[in-house]
Design a protein around this ligand. Structure first.
Ligand code: SF4
Ligand code: ZN
Length: 329
């Protein structure tokens, strides 16, 4: 099959939802075009604005960091060590190797060493699900560390598959608060920096193809904590629909963003104040992260028997329940 873009080279990847097939060069151009389109259409950040990129060592976040550097953006990586045995160490090494290869700056924070909150241990001690503790901690640190280093925007590697699966899960349970906040851009407000998702137009398999073509060495294994996560089931269901009807995922997500999300976004109204302990924005006296730290520090006998814990809701989930867990979010 010939590349449908240049019509000269042999195609190496079919993108059925666009009714297209690309050769290597044209695929990379397509990938960059989609990212540029997302950034410009949603005014995610300006060309001269420093961007913090949340990196996990996986294909999505390293592809994002790579493409932003390639497009000329001032992109700094931000890695959070999650304290997951056998997974966190190699993930960090992938990020460090990428940063060294691209001569890019990488900021590293370690939940275990810096906050005493390694995910595996925290989950065990608090009886939360690991993804609940992880999601809460990451959202908190994205905001805090970005502010400490003077960034006003953080970019995450959520792709089309991630966003469609999250939407699917939120619609199934009519999580209207989450639906109102699911957007390619969450604007800066009341102590929260801007959060953007420049990869939301590109599918998961396109991330893998991009990394292979660009020679990016990423961690292939999924996080061991993702086993049994609902998001994987939702992705599977959507993949089955996509296989028989290419473009379904994109139509589902883009239709939502265009026609429905603004309706839910209008119903958001919460009062935020600084956490009395750390100063980060929260709806309660103590933010969810500080409450989590306090919970982990409690003697075991006082915690009692409980099921998986959830905290009160807030605008971007910093003090709220976790968004559906994604294998690489
Ligand atoms: Fe964190 Fe994702 Fe692993 Fe869950 S699957 S613990 S959210 S990295
Ligand atoms: Zn706090």
């Amino acid at each position: 099959m010939r590349c449908t873009r240049c019509r000269g080279q042999e195609a190496c990847l079919e993108v059925r939802r666009h009714n297209a097939a690309f050769c290597e060069d044209c695929f990379l151009a397509f990938f960059r075009d989609q990212v540029t389109r997302a950034i410009e259409h949603h005014k995610m950040f300006r060309r001269d604005e420093p961007v913090l990129v949340a990196v996990s060592g996986g294909k999505d976040s390293l592809a994002l960091w790579d493409v932003l550097l390639d497009l000329g953006y001032d992109a700094t990586g931000f890695y959070i060590g999650l304290g997951i045995p056998g997974y966190s160490e190699p993930s960090r090494e992938k990020c460090e190797a990428f940063a060294a290869r691209r001569h890019a700056r990488l900021i590293v924070t370690d939940l275990e060493a810096d906050y005493g909150l390694g995910i595996a241990e925290t989950a065990r001690r608090t009886m939360r699900t690991p993804c609940s503790a992880c999601g809460l901690s990451k959202r908190y640190l994205f905001n805090k560390v970005a502010q400490e280093h003077g960034f006003r925007v953080i970019a995450t590697g959520h792709n089309l598959d991630d966003e469609a699966a999250t939407l699917f899960g939120n619609v199934l349970r009519w999580q209207t608060g989450y639906l109102g906040r699911q957007a390619p851009v969450l604007a800066e407000e009341d102590g929260f920096i801007r959060k953007v998702k420049p990869l939301y137009r590109l599918a998961e398999r396109e991330m893998a193809a991009y990394c292979v073509l660009r020679g990016i060495d990423y961690i292939v294994d999924e996080c061991p904590m993702s086993k049994g996560a609902k998001s994987l089931l939702f992705k599977d269901v959507l993949n089955q629909l996509e296989a028989v009807s290419p473009g379904t995922k994109q139509a589902f997500l883009f239709g939502f963003l265009e026609k429905v999300q603004p309706l839910f976004a209008q119903h958001e109204a919460v009062t935020l104040r600084p956490c009395t302990q750390c100063g980060q924005p929260t709806t309660a006296e103590l933010c969810a992260f500080c409450r989590l730290r306090a919970e982990v520090a409690q003697p075991k006998r006082r915690r009692g028997r409980r099921g998986p814990q959830r905290a009160a809701p807030s605008p971007d989930g910093v003090t709220g329940p976790p968004a559906p867990a994604l294998a690489e979010s």
